[in-house]
Design a protein around this ligand. Structure first.
Ligand code: MG
Length: 389
């Protein structure tokens, strides 16, 4: 494998099928910012001139508990704007399409990503190449980490963490919130022992005035403290990093390569959690990755409760050389009774295999299952034309 990104070829999308489906989680998931039991997901299928399809999903959640984008803000942007834009003419490359999509919806990177990533899958499938190879991946497998949501009971939290450790995950991440941090982390550390890497994620729920409670977590040796402060608070994060010997990892703060530069210059964080579905797709993610690698900032790939489609995109991106830490990349059965892809994602010895023997994202979508779940569907065709300004 080359380890360098291959430019994409001409991309000719004649139809975009946008569906919303509900996916019921095996167990409800709670963070500092919200609770999810049923994941509403927008699935985007782009159809090329030859009838081949590329797939992606939009990572925007049901409620605005992560960033301001939600399923219901992304849906009209995609069906009334971005899908029409993608389909109205052939594009010289996915990069050119990505630039047009970002210009059309500069404040909606999740909606942009949904279309861009489907186009990436179509481009790779059309050329018979795995997406990981096109993106410049150089790994055969990705170390799997698990995320454990907030629990009301320490006992049930410890039980879930012990189960995750026994399954062989290479890193366990606990969601934390003010008042629900030191006790749960201490209990899990005691239960799993010193050898299991533990991380914590505050989802921006702390304020700098609460620095003491974050410093107090260090005695339980987390490998990183993810996004303790709100996304915009780079200078606060700098002050917090000064007080901590544990690296801060930024997630919600990182929307672009420029944010990596800012983070690094200010020492507002020392690790990046990169999600292609959050930053505007693979084109934008490659920029972020490049900026991080140039500054020797380690990167890993987070998750957004994706179906097997989004997971496939994350696995492809996480195969790039800068991804040097385990991602939030669990197998399908951690989240879903039945995933919508074939084969479902499996974990072997604490890792997910990169499907290098199959083109595109490397999994086939179970269209029949998706159709049986559909809540709403809109097909946007080239003939429909661009909306009048
Ligand atoms: Mg996070």
């Amino acid at each position: 494998m080359s380890g360098s990104t291959t430019p994409t070829g001409e991309i000719d999308i004649v139809e975009v099928r946008v569906r919303e489906i509900p996916m019921t989680l095996v167990r409800a998931f709670e963070t500092a910012r919200g609770h999810t039991a049923v994941r509403r997901v927008i699935i985007v299928e782009v159809v090329g001139g030859g009838g081949l399809s590329g797939w992606s999903e939009c990572v925007a959640p049901d409620k605005a508990h992560y960033t301001s984008e939600t399923v219901d803000t992304a849906w009209p942007l995609i069906v009334d704007g971005l899908a029409l834009l993608a389909a109205h003419r052939p594009w010289a490359s996915v990069e050119q399409l990505a630039a047009a999509l970002s210009r059309a919806a500069p404040t909606a990177p999740m909606a942009v990503a949904a279309v861009e990533m489907a186009a990436r899958d179509l481009d790779a499938r059309r050329r018979g190449l795995p997406l990981a190879t096109v993106l410049g991946g150089d790994k055969n497998e990705i170390d799997a980490g698990v995320v454990i949501g907030l629990h009301r009971s320490i006992d049930s939290l410890v039980e879930e963490a012990m189960d995750a450790a026994a399954r062989g995950y290479r890193r366990i991440k606990l969601k934390i919130a003010p008042g629900a941090d030191a006790r749960p982390l201490a209990a899990v550390r005691e239960a799993v022992g010193l050898d299991v890497p533990l991380a914590v994620d505050g989802n921006g729920s702390y304020r700098l005035e609460q620095a003491e409670s974050l410093v107090a977590l260090e005695r339980h040796t987390p490998v990183m403290i993810e996004q303790p402060l709100p996304a915009h608070d780079f200078t606060g994060s700098t002050r917090l990093q000064l007080l901590l010997s544990t690296p801060i990892c930024l997630d919600e703060s990182i929307g672009s390569a420029a944010d990596v530069v800012t983070m690094h210059r200010l020492d507002a964080g020392r690790i990046v959690n990169l999600k292609p579905g959050r930053v505007g797709g693979h084109t934008a993610a490659l920029d972020v990755h490049r900026a991080a690698v140039a500054r020797a900032v380690p990167v890993w790939c987070g998750g957004m409760l994706e179906t097997g489609i989004g997971r496939a995109h994350n696995v492809a991106l996480a195969s790039l050389p800068g991804f040097s830490m385990p991602g939030d990349l669990s197998p399908s059965d951690r989240y879903w009774e039945r995933d919508i892809v074939d084969p479902p994602w499996r974990m072997v010895d604490g890792a997910l295999q990169v499907p290098l023997d199959r083109p595109g994202i490397g999994v086939e979508v179970d269209v029949e299952l998706v159709e049986s779940l559909v809540l709403r569907r809109i097909d946007v065709t080239r003939e429909a034309g661009l909306p009048q300004p």
